[in-house]
Write a protein that binds this ligand. Sequence first.
Ligand code: GCV
Length: 714
Amino acid sequence: MKLLNKYITFLLFISFNLITYSQITKDYDLWLQYTKTYIYNDLLKNISLDTNNETEKVIKSELELASLKMYGFKPKFTNTGNADLILKKNSELDSSQKNISEKVNKLNNEGFVIETIKNSGKQRIIISSKTSIGLLYGTFRLLRELQISPNKKEFNIIDEPKLKVRMLNHWDNLDGTIERGYAGNSLWNWQKLPELIDRRYIDYARANASVGINAVTLNNVNANALILTPYYLEKVKALADTFRPFGIKVYLTARFSAPIEIGNLKTADPLNTEVQQWWNEKTNEVYKYIPDFGGYLVKANSEGQPGPQNYGRNHVDGANMLAKVLKPHNGIVMWRAFVYSETDSSDRAKQAYREFVPYDGKFEENVLVQVKNGAIDFQPREPFHPIFGAMPQSKLMMEFQITQEYLGFSSHLVFLPKLYEEVLKSSTKNKEKENTVAQIISSRSNELSGIAGVANIGNDLNWTGHPFAQANWYSFGRLAWNPELNSEQIAKEWLQQTFSNNSDFVASISKMMIKSRESVVKYMTPLGLHHIMGTDHHYGPGPWVNNLARPEWNPVYYHKADKNGIGFDRTSIGSNALSQYSPEISQYFGDLKSCPEEYLLWFHHLPWDYKMKNDRTLWDNLGIKYQEGVNEVRNMIKIWNDSKKYIDTERHQEISQLLEIQLKEAIWWKDACMSYFQSISNLPYPKEMEIPIYSLEYYKSLKFPYAPGIKPHW
Ligand code: GCV
């Protein structure tokens, strides 16, 4: 009996570990699952590939891994024209493949062609590009196609990235914490680098390369000058060496006061020759460690970070000083436009435009002005930043946030590409005319262009804290490659690679993903409300907060609710932030008849009894929207439960549990916000709305000193 018990315990132990192990690897493997397919495909049996450089070795090992996992065999690598798959740079194609070579010639260096040809009576696939990196991108593309359409044998794909710099911004601190990180601590183990190259660095690089991300800024924009000292540069070099074969360049944030902090100078004035000399020498030193170093990302004169204005200089003085020292090395500066004044208490939404637009055309050619998608700060919904339509002589780079600072951390399932797409497709002139944000940030001919996403990656086993947050990393990469892509398509292909190719599963879950962004807007900030979250940690609702040092840090500044109504008047009789848009757009948002309800309270202050399109009052609609958001999360739970049979129990359960958190917090948002707004409007809740569970005092009393994403208050 005792022996039997021991045996059962042993079996339980083994099965528990197997389950945990399979969950860990599935979560860890991201969209590179290479799930076994029972459709026999011999496309990868014999592969012709030179392995002359590190990138080509990466291609080889990815093809081996994928083939083994999907088809159960290791490919044979040969160097003949008889292979099933032939990877060749266009300079190496033979004369019979002239037309492929011509197609490649028209592409940029990272572009590729995948084509099925017939030769010696057999179908073969050719991947060709000008560079090894292009071949790597082509390989990942082929592997994606094979996962999505296992039956496919004929390919005719020509593709190239529309943006040059496709970057992740890590807000990782040197102490291992991540500002606004909700997936654990930093991946970068500074203590053990440069010797220890964690396997995760390689898998991180694979994941990035598979979607075309080719740039990473390793450290926080709230910068620490120490990253530029030899002690850290040696470690940065180790990461750069690891990422290079995957086509990824490393960038660092440059703390503007570094010449004082680590250079022993008395000033960091960009017009001071000693300062200029210091940056020149420092930059040369960085390039000695990392010959293909990408450049500097700078947050200056923003939220307490030092900058040129500390010395009476301006953004151009600062950015161009750094641009000049980087130029001989082909490096670039990404100068952030996320600024708002410490002294101007008018409309924060107007301040970045005021500080930057006068300098249009004055930045060096290797400067990208990095602009957040909206004028406040990564809210669940913001109209596009007016700067995008106002600096035609400058190179503007988009900054999106992938980490969900204002969108439920990594507990809420929110598919962000809907948000990205909305901004990218926004027309800066008139709804009909061309000139979308996507077009403005895309490369004009061969010019520098870029897009950055604030990473949602940490050292959690599943990388992003929530399995569905992996979709946001994936999609950011896909949209960075081509900002015109459609978010629904991206959702589908991500699901197919990550979970299952079953068409019912993909149809229902992609629909759920697509709706999820609107749901979070509804249960957090419906009808154009914004910035009403809890102080500092930004966790949960805090529309009542009105005691912070600067006016624009307080939620009451943004919703302006009083007994008569609610909303921020940004029309000509209000702050007139609308005047920063083109006349057509300003008219469109400014006129109540055309302003979409989604942006109503962003641009208008309206009475509680204002009649909306559905003939109900603004007050009623507020309650209805909050309730809809909650109901939609309930529906997500139902849809997810119904999908149980399609995927592994472990990930299914994990996501079900996370959805319960989302529901709890959606109800909390609704109840807290509506209780507070009711204390001001004194109106009865609309009949559609469930009555708040607790009192307003209760919601106000909640404190979260240990919420993730900020330094804890011990
Ligand atoms: C890195 C917001 C965030 C800050 C962040 C800042 C920025 O204010 O709350 O954590 O700082 O944006 O983008 O610089």
